[in-house]
Design a protein around this ligand. Structure first.
Ligand code: SF4
Length: 249
């Protein structure tokens, strides 16, 4: 377990970077189920990385990046990548999800983590906002779930929708798009983005925004018709339905 470097920059939103050969970790947990997206319901372990370049207003993992609300020195820890891989594999599950925060901030070491996990026989799924290049991480994982942020996330469009990055990721055959949506009206934004990216409907997932069971279920009911009519898939948030907004499950 190494100390955090004092070196910080604006992309990391003031969070100190880990040292060489380390990953900045928020939490590693399992066995649990992947609650969202194409792998929903699958047995999985999670590696949640610290720091994010965005600041979505509805972020349910702001403890990974928001120094105004959390003591990040106690929330985040730098660990050797090999140790992280061993811990993720110790749960004995067939799928390891690398999420955040924004994993692309640590693309090189996250790629090493993914390669180590893959060598040991588990699949790796990456969750990213698609606002930063993935570098070697793109080829190191089996599935990339890209979640471009809509206006409901707040922030500047230029920061959350970086078109060259999104275009480069979305053409990869092992990538899908997953949008967090609060109401059917917001699907017009998804129409625009998927049209510009020329994404086939079978590679689009819509997931309701919400950290309470009732909100998730109500929004899923509202979204079902318009999502199905477009040929897209509707994602639940199984972890919210089962455990509310509990961490580490
Ligand atoms: S990109 Fe993800 S982790 Fe970062 S602020 Fe948005 S929801 Fe939170």
């Amino acid at each position: 377990m190494g100390p955090l470097s004092s070196k910080a920059d604006s992309t990391w939103r003031g969070v100190g970077r880990p040292g060489r050969g380390e990953l900045l970790i928020s939490e590693i947990f399992g066995p649990t189920l992947q609650g969202e997206g194409p792998s929903a319901g699958k047995s999985a372990a999670f590696v949640r990385l610290g720091a994010c370049n965005l600041a979505c207003v509805w972020c349910d993992t702001s403890y990974t990046w928001d120094s105004s609300r959390y003591d990040l020195a106690s929330e985040l820890v730098a660990k050797p990548t090999a140790e992280v891989a061993d811990k993720a594999l110790s749960f004995g599950v067939p799928l390891v999800v690398i999420t955040g925060g924004e994993p692309a901030l640590q693309a090189v070491e996250a790629a090493r983590l993914a390669e180590a996990v893959t060598r040991s026989g588990s699949a790796v799924e990456l969750e990213t906002s698609g606002s930063l290049p993935l570098g070697p991480l793109a080829d190191a994982v089996r599935l990339i779930v890209v979640s471009p942020k809509l206006a409901n996330a707040g922030g500047r469009p230029q920061a959350r929708l970086r078109w060259p990055v999104l275009e480069a990721i979305s053409v990869l055959p092992h990538s899908v798009l997953k949008f967090v949506v609060a109401s059917p009206e917001e699907l017009a934004e998804v129409d625009e983005i998927t049209s510009r990216l020329q994404t086939k409907p079978e590679r689009v997932w819509i997931m309701p925004e919400g950290t309470e069971r009732e909100t998730v279920l109500a929004r899923m009911a509202e979204l079902t018709g318009p999502v199905a009519s477009r040929g897209w898939s509707l994602s639940s948030r199984l972890q919210v339905i089962m455990w509310g907004n509990d961490r580490g499950r």
